[in-house]
Design a protein around this ligand. Sequence first.
Ligand SMILES: Cc1ncc(COP(=O)(O)O)c(C=O)c1O
Length: 362
Amino acid sequence: MNVVFSTMNYMHEEIREEMRKKFLEIYDKGSYILGTEVSQFEEEFADYLGTQYCIGVGNGLDALFLALSSLGITTGDEVIVPSNTYIATVLAISRTGGKPVLVDPNIDTYTLDPSLIEDAITEKTKAIIAVHLYGQSADMDLINSIAKKHHLFVIEDCAQSHHCLYHGKKTGTLGDIGCFSFYPGKNLGALGDAGCVVTNDSVIAQKVRALANYGSIQKYHHLYQGVNSRLDELQAGFLRIKLKRIEEYTQERIRLANQYLNGIVNPKIILPKLSKDSTHVFHVFAIRCESRDDLQQYLLEHGIQTIIHYPISIAKQPAYSDSHLNDLPIAEKISQEELSLPLYYGMSDEEIHYVIDVLNEY
Ligand SMILES: Cc1ncc(COP(=O)(O)O)c(C=O)c1O
């Protein structure tokens, strides 16, 4: 049997006609940038999260960059960031001129270890970015209380945590600013690049909106040296259709993930550990294995595709070779042992059981 790592085919087949209708509606209307689809999506996403403001932007990296910029983070400022995130989180800091300060995650949850944060704080520290990696919330109560004590901003990177609940509240609403990616493969994905910034702060919201639109609120009046990073009408229209189904998509991922959690029994394999404070939406079903590369090859030989999130830690990336980023042991260990199993809306129980059986025989 062949099992692909991920496919959107099943999801997209179900909503094919609705998406086609939406495409034609926008196509015929002839308004493609900053129109009503975007403003309606922004309103619906803010309502859904329970936050006051939502600003559609071009992608998740821009969402993070615009969030940091709206807080005035610039050259010489330091921002604390987990050492094991996707590189976009760190690139966003570098783009402001600020310095990323890597802090290791907790080895059980893979999210920022709050006990290591205070040692990394200096008088230059301005903010902490909490990444809800793989789909489980970071320890936001502790992170927020450290931030409060040191007068730091908290930005949530929610690129992998759509519909994740921390103490019943959705990620994105727990810090000062939430940043989302709607890259097609995300748990809420557009049909191209897309993202958004959410906040309850009207000043931040207005600044992000201006920065994303050439620094302008009023046409041809430029308050800031902004960028062009806007969610477009087509992507907003497609996202509105998928947003209505996010609960269903998430519950199905959790149902499939539970089968892995209950079915995989192999002392060589470490399963994801569930936090008592957060739901897990399994954007990534991450296992660990000391002989990870061998396991990946074995699975491939049995027709099972897997991915490594992420094979090279940030500190070891050539892009940061001149930056002397601290090379941290937990990030290093995860980069050597992590393996992501196939998981997608529409995956059959037969496929899940096949993966479980093959893993248990390893
Ligand atoms: C944790 C994390 N942050 C940021 C991003 C960047 O999002 P985008 O690809 O939309 O720029 C991604 C996804 O790619 C991500 O996984």
